[in-house]
Design a protein around this ligand. Structure first.
Ligand code: SF4
Length: 380
């Protein structure tokens, strides 16, 4: 066993990991407490390689945040505006279809759509933008809505059950749910960072129903604010339990709290080492997840590239037009070129592969590079 792992005091945990055995919560906390991030990375990299070989993926996608009008006021959120508050916006259906078509014609295979809990938009608006995008871009996969948006649509707008609402959205082309809104599951933390949002059980219920319908989703963690390491492990445990039951999660996508322009601005963003530590521990703990994604919008592409040696096997996507993190102060670019993502993967020693929304590889993916969005960041 590597000396680094011995020296870091995690040799017993590594023995279990090498034997293909699951680690428990106490071990998860010990990993988070481990001072040597590189020892964690070594172990996480072993798990990554066992699951994904030398391949690292990305998706050619487009983000659309259809509206920032929201009836909630999560303390960490810099994106939302109350109804009638200055700065609120919403996209027209035609505008969304136009944006999706533009990206589709350049080679995008996914449109990722989330927004606030807008009390005024009728259910037909959501059906129209999904069906309109599918009509204009038949091969494009529509990944949309966090669990709280689904609950809002079901309970306040559509006034039907969660399952019926999901079935109606699926019938017009919804392919996958996004993983947002999970934050940290612990109720005391939720009360301090997103009072009024759904509980952990309610978040899990939406994903469970969606998985039981045979569909896939991602899941997330918002870390680096007021949570304890035990609460991070509790969060991971609940995700691992649901994955044992449904096998519906494609990937885990953690991201750090961004402290600007929100009610928690007195906190500081975690450092790069903590981003790497969280990814490595997640890779080791979530033994039933195929993929761990580094969200470069939050950590930046250079660090996401390094994370490919700390348990990560996916760099998310080209994204374009991200607003939620940037309104909270993220200094990363809003988009990346396919060529930039592929170069980052290659220079990290991995083989790049383009994937679709559910992490299946798209063989021989072709991009019209001449029309790709310009990159503002080069990994180095
Ligand atoms: S995080 Fe989502 S639900 Fe909370 S205030 Fe922001 S837009 Fe609304």
């Amino acid at each position: 066993m590597d000396k680094l792992i011995h020296k870091a005091g995690i040799a017993d945990i590594a023995e279990r990991v090498y034997a293909g055995e699951r680690i428990d919560d106490a071990m998860g906390v010990r990993l988070y407490e481990c001072k040597d991030v590189h020892a964690l990375g070594l172990l996480a990299n072993y798990v990554r390689e066992r699951k994904n070989g030398n391949r690292a993926t990305y998706v050619y996608n487009l983000y659309i945040n259809y509206s920032n009008v929201c009836i909630l006021s999560c303390q960490f959120c810099a994106f939302a505006r109350r109804p009638k508050q200055e700065g609120g916006f919403q996209y027209d259906v035609d505008e969304m279809i136009h944006l999706a078509r533009e990206a589709y014609e350049q080679g995008a295979s996914e449109v990722h759509i989330v927004g606030g809990l807008n009390p005024k938009l009728p259910f037909q608006y959501y059906l129209d933008f999904i069906s309109g995008i599918k009509k204009a871009c038949p091969e494009m996969m529509v990944k949309a809505f966090t669990a709280i948006e689904i609950r809002h649509l079901a309970e306040r707008i559509n006034k039907k059950s969660i399952r019926e609402t999901l079935e109606e959205l699926r019938s017009v082309g919804l392919a996958a749910l996004t993983g947002g809104g999970a934050e940290i599951f612990d109720p005391e933390v939720r009360d301090k960072i997103c009072r009024g949002k759904e509980t952990a059980d309610e978040w899990i219920e939406v994903h469970k129903i969606w998985h039981q319908m045979g569909q896939r989703s991602t899941c997330t963690m918002l870390y680096g604010h007021i949570e304890t390491l035990q609460q991070r492990v509790d969060h991971l445990r609940r995700l691992r339990e649901l994955q044992d039951e449904t096998k519906g999660f494609t990937a885990f996508v953690p991201f750090a709290f961004e402290p600007e322009n929100n009610k928690l601005s007195y906190l500081k963003r975690v450092t790069a080492m903590e981003d790497l530590r969280n990814l490595a521990v997640s890779r080791i703990y979530l033994d039933n997840f195929d993929h761990i994604t580094a969200y470069w919008i939050s950590m930046g592409l250079p660090l996401a590239q390094i994370a490919l040696s700390y348990g990560v096997d996916d760099l998310h996507g080209t994204i374009q037009k991200e607003r939620i993190f940037h309104m909270a102060g993220s200094q990363t670019p809003q988009e990346q070129r396919v060529a930039t993502l592929e170069r980052a993967i290659r220079e990290a020693g991995r083989e790049p592969a383009r994937r679709n929304t559910v992490y299946d590889i798209i063989p021989d993916a072709v991009t019209r590079r001449a029309t790709e969005p310009a990159s503002t960041e080069v990994p180095a």
